[in-house]
Ligand binder design. Sequence first.
Ligand code: SF4
Length: 900
Amino acid sequence: MTEAASTPPAEDDVTGGGVRTACPYCGVGCGVIATPDGQGGAAIAGDPDHPANFGRLCSKGSALGETVGLEGRLLTPMVGGLEASWDEATTLVARRFREAIEEHGPDSVAFYVSGQLLTEDYYVANKLMKGFIGSANIDTNSRLCMASSVAGHKRAFGADTVPGTYEDLEEADLVVLVGSNLAWCHPVLFQRIAAAKAARPGMRVVNIDPRRTATSGLADLSLSLAPGSDVALFNALLSRIVEEGAVDDAYVRQHVAGFAEAVARAQAVSPAEVAAVTGLREAEIEAFTRLWIGSERVVTVYSQGVNQSSAGTDKVNAIINCHLATGRIGRPGMGPFSVTGQPNAMGGREVGGLATMLAAHLDVTEPAHRDALQDFWQAPAMPTAPGLKAVDLFRACADGRIKALWIMSTNPAVSLPQADDVAAAIRACPFVVVSDILADTDTTRLADVLLPATAWGEKSGTVTNSERRISRQRAFLPAPGKARPDWRIVADVGAAMGWPEAFAWADEASVFREHAALSEVAGDLGLDFDIAALAEIDTADYDALAPVQWPVPRDKAAGGRFFAEGGFFTPDRRGRMIPVAYRAPAVPLSQDYPLRLNTGRVRDHWHTMTRTARSSRLSAHMAEPYAEVHPDDAAVAGIDAASLIRLDSPYGTVVLRALVTDRTPQGSVFVPMHWTALFAARGRVDSVVGAVVDPISGQPESKAQPVRIEPFAAAWHGFALTRHEVTPKADYWARAKTEGGWRHELAGTRCPEDWVEETRAMLGVSQRAGVVSVIDPALGNVRLGFAIDGAVEAVLFASPGPVAVARTHAAAAFAEGEELGRLLIGRPSAALPDPGATVCSCFAVGANTIARVAAAEGLNDVEAVGRALSAGTNCGSCRPEIQGILEGLRPVQLDGMAAE
Ligand code: SF4
């Protein structure tokens, strides 16, 4: 059975057979034109008319068409592991939530939702929890991403307002990037800045990050500050602003409160102390402050390196203080700028997706706001205090306070700190509902009821990007099976719980109209989020809605910047400078745990890989979870390059490939956040991160966990290719999709006595398959190939140390059906050089190819490499890595292991 897609695209929205929509990944919010191929897939192109990207897409966006298939999808409601009808599932969910509320009160239930939801989905979930159940126990995975920015905005501006626009990043004379590997995490914004800098070479970029990243190549000045010391650096800047007479006295006098207190706090620390805390030389700090003070048009961009900290809110305010003191806010080319990780983190903030907010930026602690919302919704019950923030919400599941939990479109068993404890907490909750697009995730495995949601390409609604721009996500594929839009799933439960009139929308356009109408109520109360001009939009216009930046008030032009002339959303309409002082990360290093764990993203994967891991092209960039370890730390721990390591904290252990590099500073280890139990045996890095949070925002400190590292005692290492998807039975494994099959990194703590039979069991190879084996007992090298009727099923390369196989070549040969004898050589012939680890995903160009051709042809810039090899000429995401190769640096590449 196939249900209709939410809303078919209107004619106006169709471009050459393609449908205008928005990318579902990061907060840049790029416009996409998707052209269905009639077989369930779609061709993808950047939308040249979308103001976020003007046609650009990064590697993830470009590969969207490879991720829309039905593989692994949840297509029908499941109750207790058995298929159920929507009626049965909806009735059960409504009954169990009602029973919990009747017996234990409204705070005994909770929703944990996601920045992947569309604004309409979010609006309905929030309305059900806050207005009708009467609890504020709805929180979102955006808590992990930018809650500190929200809290910092509210303290400084009186509302969660992003003051600037993307144009500011291009118009600035100085762009300061703080805790943000923009080149990999917000690639199209990075490309916009890079293009602006190329066109206007006087523009300067400062990169503030403990690590040297792909973003560093664009920087005129890189400051490798000590983890967590941002407040000290920006307080030093504020002190220098005052000393240099760079304060905008008129702006401060008219529009700012708290100046003297904030400055006094900043000046209480000497330059020498700042240098000691940040680990920067005084000359570096002086160079930065001189550049910042000397650049009227300065934008300070920040993301997870600032937010994911026990001092995250203070870091945000330390940055904003400098912009308020100089009046450099709300004018072209200047202002603080928080960039969000998720596609609709901003939309979630607009509808009260966080437990600390009400819809339309109304405040749960303000009686007038609560009353206005209750009146608007005609709601029977409203919470009077904030609900449980993410970490506390799962603690409440663990200790029995939460009796019924609904997780929507997110994977907390992987992504929350102390993820093992979170999984146990979910398991302990008496009734757990998960709505998702996938049948099998680390979290769906823990559910009593699974509800199939429509995916990107099938659902329809709006999202808001980091610059407050609302874009339509449009359906271009039919909803498969019994999958339904999230808003409708929640609305049906709301109706079944006894409120049919309040949850009776005909379509997502009706939900949007109500959301827009509510914003007028908030606007009347003096708040920033006002899209009242869209409150009467008809369905055809909603379907055709062009990207529009809020505010969209009835009586003024839409969009623009905030605060150039003051007008803050505080009671006295003044912005607030907040006195802040440096605080070290919450948990100190110790003899047992002497290194700081920094977590983050890789270029080609998204969150818990539920979507990007379906693309072999994206999976080729980083095929295995890894740890960047400084050479000095590796030497102390006895860790060799490309070996496997154990990384331990008091909360757990992960096993990772060691990437020994001075890109990460001595004393720190960097590990990507993406790998789940579906893709690696022990790669869930959040299982070792402690649940320490910022006391104001509740955002976890994801970048400062004390850990230790040691070699993983492997008796053998292996690399395997299999035709079919299998979860290897090995002590260590990591798998990634590749063309025509799967690639696996393997290791064991005991050498098999019978390699052939144990490999069959490990890789799920049929007894029907014949085997070719080359085993060298003296050296311990093993090569096995299995084939049925001449068709290769699996190959394994094993050795006592990391396996020296040309993986990209072997995977390509496996995909092309190379015969077994040649496959087992594991290296290309002299006439066919090894391409090396994939750098350019779009054109499958490897690091070795780039280095070889660049050396042979004397290519010395990225453009020349592009002309010769096409690498870097499509999405451009790999251009920083090509630059790194040309500079003779080892690229940030692993390809499964660094020894290739
Ligand atoms: Fe999507 Fe990439 Fe654009 Fe982010 S930068 S919205 S991931 S295409």
